[in-house]
Design a protein. Structure first.
Length: 202
């Protein structure tokens, strides 16, 4: 599957029509299963949700339509922010907001749930769109976990994932240990020959 499209496309994702603009990361179908501790509408119901690395905004759309009180969609890429806003307008969402930010740089609020569909492939980045796929030295993921607790309300949950390339899952567990998170649930899935680990953290 392609990481990006060269032209504007409309795709179907979990029952929602989503516009994907050029040079914005194409959402993986695997990310449908982010959030494995709760498998129904109560996962986001009446929650303040942060969608970190929103891309097209699909996770925010799902959260809003699952009863979230409010959703803040954040991305470092201005093109992704534009794409997210386009899709929120398309779906007539009035409780979802977009903010350009490098992780928590421009975030001040506290959240009940944080969705973090971040890159987990250790490779150099040469452009803004590369940052949606690669994370050299896992710096982005390390910084995210280092700071996320300050923006999580008591009892809040982080929903995230990790693609296991060259047994890098051991690095994830090391980062997790140093950041002092509890794994509430985890699940291993195979997708297009890749191992994807899904995590609910607290």
């Amino acid at each position: 599957m392609k990481h990006f499209y060269k032209t504007r496309r409309k795709i179907s994702y979990r029952g929602f029509k989503v516009i994907v603009l050029p040079n914005v990361f194409v959402p993986r179908q695997i990310s449908k299963v982010i959030g494995i501790s709760q498998k129904n509408i109560r996962m986001y119901e009446n929650k303040n949700v942060l969608d970190m690395g929103s891309g097209t905004g699909i996770q925010s759309i799902i959260a809003s339509n699952s009863g979230a009180k409010s959703v803040l969609a954040v991305d470092i890429n201005p093109k992704a922010c534009k794409n997210s806003q386009y899709n929120f307008t398309y779906h007539n969402l009035d409780n979802v907001f977009v903010r350009e930010s490098d992780l928590f740089e421009n975030v001040t609020e506290m959240f009940d749930s944080i969705i973090a569909y971040l890159p987990s492939i250790n490779a150099p980045t040469r452009s803004m769109k590369d940052k949606a796929v690669f994370d050299p030295g896992y710096k982005t993921f390390r910084n995210f976990l280092r700071d996320a607790k300050r923006y999580l309300k008591p009892g809040g949950i982080i929903y995230t994932c990790w693609v296991n390339i060259d047994n890098s899952i051991e690095i994830f567990y090391d980062i997790l240990k140093k950041s002092r998170y509890e794994i509430i649930n985890s699940k291993l899935l195979n997708y297009n020959g890749e191992e994807w680990w899904m995590f609910d953290l607290r």
